[in-house]
Design a protein around this ligand. Structure first.
Ligand code: ADP
Ligand code: NA
Length: 327
């Protein structure tokens, strides 16, 4: 295990889909063997930048805890916790916000996109990259697994570490990106866009809790094209290539390997093979989510223990920060 502290967060916005799993969670699991301290946070403070129904949010937090554990996040090898249970996140976020200029945030692409959709956004939506920086710096994190879409937010965290260090003396290490697999899983109904929770189309995403029948139906309905042969050509044949790439990922094979298996099949026949491979991968995860979800007391006590550990790392850092600021 190399020295260093890995931190990443995920919003409790529903059961993760196959894109979340292959693009993020699977590598989160692997990192537990690679670094001495690994922290994963269910970032509920971030999720309230959009309106949330309290009961739904509570359920979503438990769903996410169960999902992460079922995917292989192991509380004996990593610290799994709920962000709002460690109030230091909010405190450091305020301090870092005072070091952040307005224009620095205005140009971040997610603000531009989300505030345009809503005509105007809240202060929380505007400053949430600062909270993200606080999440990371609070533990003096050295490595942050991120998707490509989050690189600019990590750059803000790096800038804020530098700005803080210039002003108050060398304190925060500059966190580095761990680019989790650049394989983007595409929407099953529109392979030109990514698989996403917020896609309103019913059959566009495979969720970790989908039954074998759900999965078979969704894959059968996946958009392909008028060529029956199975090939991997992401630019010209995004639909069938998405099936090939999901198949390779869930079965641990290479693209060439699965293309060979599909030789002589038409895309219709091939879909059965893809569905079977996805079902085989996700069934144990689905059953484990169900099992964990039935014992809310266990999940809550596990999150409480995680928060305890997180606080024990955050408290001494904040004590130093307060002293450096003159409090
Ligand atoms: P969603 O767009 O479904 O709400 P999030 O934005 O919550 O997903 O993403 C959580 C994590 O999953 C991020 O690390 C993100 O990069 C990754 N991710 C999301 N969608 C995909 C996808 N279709 N393919 C690969 N990775 C994805
Ligand atoms: Na999203």
């Amino acid at each position: 295990r190399s020295k260093g502290l890995v931190f990443s967060g995920i919003q409790p916005t529903g059961i993760p889909h196959l894109g979340n799993y292959l693009g993020a969670l699977e590598s989160w699991v692997a990192l537990q063997d690679d670094y001495s301290t690994v922290m994963y946070s269910i970032v509920d403070l971030h999720s309230i930048t959009q309106p949330q129904d309290p009961q739904v949010l509570r359920d979503n937090i438990m769903d996410m805890a169960a999902s992460l554990l079922a995917c292989g996040i192991d509380p004996t090898r990593s610290i799994l916790f709920q962000q709002s249970q460690v109030s230091e996140h909010a405190e450091l976020s305020w301090i870092l916000g005072c070091l952040t200029s307005m224009p620095r945030l205005r140009h971040l692409p997610q603000w531009k996109m989300k505030s345009k959709q809503k005509n105007e956004g809240s202060v929380g939506l505007y400053t949430y990259p600062v909270l993200q920086a606080a999440d990371i710096l609070l533990y003096k994190s050295t490595h942050v697994p991120v998707g490509e879409d989050q690189i600019q937010h990590l750059e803000l965290a790096q800038d804020l570490a530098r700005i803080f260090n210039n002003q108050y003396g060398e304190f925060f290490p500059e966190p580095r990106a761990l680019l989790s697999g650049t394989r983007k899983v595409k929407s099953l109904r529109d392979p030109s866009s990514k698989m996403s929770k917020s896609d309103p189309q019913r059959f566009s995403a495979v969720f970790l809790t989908d039954t074998p029948d759900d999965i078979a139906l969704k894959i059968r309905r996946a958009v392909t094209d008028f060529t029956s042969e199975v090939t991997y050509e992401p630019d010209t044949r995004p639909g069938v290539s998405n099936l090939v790439s999901m198949h390779a990922a869930v079965s641990g094979q290479t693209i060439e390997g699965v293309i060979r298996l599909a030789e002589g099949m038409d895309t219709g026949q091939y879909k059965n093979m893809v569905a079977e491979a996805i079902i085989k991968k996700l069934q144990p995860i689905r059953l484990e989510i169900q099992r964990l979800r039935a014992d809310q007391g266990y999940l809550e006590s596990l999150l409480a223990q995680g928060a305890e550990k997180a606080r024990s790392l955050a408290a001494p850092v904040m004590k130093e920060v307060r002293k450096l600021l003159g409090f």
